[in-house]
Design a binder for this molecule. Structure first.
Ligand code: PLP
Length: 376
């Protein structure tokens, strides 16, 4: 097997190992077989270990779909009648949670903060004080649109102080930046297999408190396919996913988890940090500015600002790099023109060094000044 190795610097799916790719090539199997259920049982247990969740207290529930499905499931399933969701929102991914609340007509407070800043915890506290009907507090760990790291441990502590359940979107940190559900005050977190785990698209999972899921049995039912209790209950009863699972992606995820535990939580985070630092070094050498304060960055996504150069054209630079095996990614900040370079995936420092050779070539090819120019 000789599979071309592309370096994906987008925010997921990420570059995978060949062994994970190959793990999908298996004999055909009906996922209702005991053999398959037993694989999923081990997979669910291993997922808990990635966030140090106690299996007595926490469970993991698998779904077929992309990561956004997890946000949908948590919000529509975990809100009791006559209660409210508080979304601590400083970016595109928390805004997605607000939109989900709007689609389901869930009572919610969209507590908005500037996208290039961290949420003000005093304002979060005040909102909780003034709204005793808040049952769910929701935020995003690493706002993938900007790369900002949110203070989840502190927000979780506030949620618990006011008797609310804390849900965190950890899609762009889980299995990369270490998470400990107990210490980080997390009741529910989530991810998809294609990001930190470096597996394939199509499998998403929620890790959360069993007692809260059990209690949600009697909450208003707002979705059928995306109900957390229904899926959890079916898993507990039969060991199977309620509806057809993404079979091949599950094989890939099992292999990816093996590789995750072999690399080790700390070593993997150290590798992502090396890649992140190499991205910064490369950008610094070319004169690029960051949209987000360096000390606030989660260590996984860098958002450089477009240079004020008449020759700058993101699409052209993208295509030049893409043709040579490197994928760079558009930004997601409405107020500033940025692009993104992410430290996800099975890549290391050397890949970033090689990328910056191609990136510099692209700038030269299109007569974009180096160092890049900014007007202010
Ligand atoms: C990738 C990502 C998601 C899921 O996005 P999909 O397009 O559904 O895969 C959700 N939240 C965050 C923070 C993410 O980075």
């Amino acid at each position: 097997m000789n599979i071309k190795r592309n370096i994906l610097l987008n925010a997921g799916p990420s570059t995978t190992t060949d062994t994970v790719k190959m793990a999908q090539v298996v004999p055909d199997i009906c996922p209702r077989e005991k053999e398959f259920a037993s694989m999923m049982k081990d997979l669910r247990a291993d997922l808990l270990k990635t966030v140090h969740a106690d299996p007595q207290q926490y469970t993991s529930v698998l779904f077929c779909g992309s990561g956004t499905l997890n946000i949908d499931v948590c919000l529509n399933s975990l809100l009791p009648a006559d209660k409210k969701v508080l979304v601590v929102n400083n970016g595109a991914y928390s805004t997605r949670a607000v939109e989900i609340c709007e689609y389901y007509g869930l009572p919610h407070i969209n507590l908005q903060f500037p996208v290039l800043e961290r949420p003000d915890l005093d304002v979060v506290r005040k909102t909780l004080e003034e709204n005793p009907d808040i049952a769910l507090v929701y935020t995003t760990h690493n706002e993938t649109g900007t790369g900002i790291l949110n203070p989840i441990r502190e927000i979780g502590a506030l949620a618990h102080e006011f008797g609310a359940v804390f849900i965190v979107d950890t899609t762009s940190t889980l299995a990369m930046r270490p998470i400990d559900v107990q210490k980080d005050n997390i009741d529910f977190c989530m991810a998809s297999a294609q990001k930190g785990l470096m597996a394939m698209t199509g499998l998403s999972f929620i890790i959360g408190r069993k007692d809260i899921i059990e209690a949600s049995k009697d909450y208003p039912k707002r979705s059928y396919y995306c109900n957390l209790y229904l899926q959890y209950h079916f898993f507990e009863k039969t060991g199977e996913m309620h509806f057809t699972p993404p079979v091949q992606t599950i094989y890939a995820t099992i292999q990816a988890l093996k590789e995750y535990f072999a690399e080790g939580e700390e070593a993997k985070w150290a590798r992502h940090t090396r890649v992140f630092n190499a991205i910064h070094k490369g950008l610094d050498e070319l004169g690029f500015k960051d949209a987000v304060k360096r000390e606030w960055q989660a260590g996984l996504v860098v958002s450089p600002i477009y240079p004020d150069d008449p020759n700058w054209d993101f699409e052209k630079v993208h295509d030049y790099c893409y043709e040579r095996g490197y994928t760079i990614y558009p930004g997601k900040i409405s107020t500033t023109n940025t692009f993104r370079l992410c430290a996800l995936g099975a890549i290391d420092e050397d890949d970033i060094t090689a990328f910056f050779k191609v990136f510099r070539e692209a700038l030269e090819h299109y007569n974009i000044a180096i160092p890049v120019v900014y007007n202010d």
